[in-house]
Write a protein that binds this ligand. Sequence first.
Ligand code: G6P
Length: 369
Amino acid sequence: DQIEKSGYDHFMLKEIHEQPKAIIDTYRGRMLADEGIIRLSGIDDNINRFLNAERIIIVACGTSWHAGLVGEYLIEDKARIPVEVEYASEFRYRNPIITSKDVVIAISQSGETADTLAAIKLAKAKGAFVFGICNVVGSSIARETHAGAYTHAGPEIGVASTKAFTTQITLLTLIALKLASKKGEISKPQLREFMQEMQLIPKKIEALLKIEDKVKEIAAVYKNATNCLYLGRGFNFPVALEGALKLKEISYIHAEGYPAAEMKHGPIALIDENMPIFVIATSKGHYEKVVSNIQEIKSRAGKIIAIVTEGDTQVREIADHVIEIPETAEALTPLLTTIPFQLLSYHIAVMLNKNVDQPRNLAKSVTVE
Ligand code: G6P
């Protein structure tokens, strides 16, 4: 066990630290940045199904569903194809409208989630083309789909998903770019520039992982909170959901993720001096609007922990704590903003003496309904 953890106290921490390499493994051989080419045989071989798709439906559960939401923002923004994201468990039972003009993308780390598998079978029966994004090679979902691509994240043992999430986002980014370039929505130089930016992500994550001590200090301050709120907008709204899920899963602290602007439609009623609020306020993502959300929190005495872009000064003046992430393209920020949330949940759970790798009542893979 200790050998498998390579010196880390828990699999989760090891897997958090493996992300720079896992992301490289996801895009290696697929992203030829200097040439401006993306190779994904599962898409190349079926390109007409994608280009003729009236819409893409993403089905998944849990963390994979959060990656799917980032995928929706990516594919609509870059490739201009309508995307819907569905919980597999809802989709399979709500008599959904599916036609042979639909492309379904099923996302699953394990490739064994019962609801996702059932959603795939339903979509296939209705004539849709089904593409799988799995981590586990040869898994049921990988076999059941018409085509697909593996994330190549390596084994993920910790129940709370970390590197599976960031590698799923990496793959979804490649898919969005590939479709964008095939549809002529992105020029070759733009594609090249974006991919070059993407190649810098692993190094930027490495740099971010070095702020662990600072995250630990923040964890120590808020570890006894009973409720937390996570806010983000745009590409970082799903990261807020995922941040809240990570905290719930392993520390058993109640947490909710919300789109920052929706705060005023409910969660704002909960804000007082006992409420820590984690806000993603990166420079390119509707920054001014998020800053005004932060001011609203401040005026209600909520505690603000903000994730900002390096060099930010405005939020620093208002927030109780800031965590800086390196500058990158807006669409790539989820790969960075998610890292401090993973570390934070991890350290809170450790400080509370929880079973980080095998939290109560949860399973790594839910193979029954
Ligand atoms: C379980 C796991 C989660 C995971 C979800 C979906 O709930 O604990 O970490 O996100 O299943 O699993 P999948 O293997 O389909 O991605």
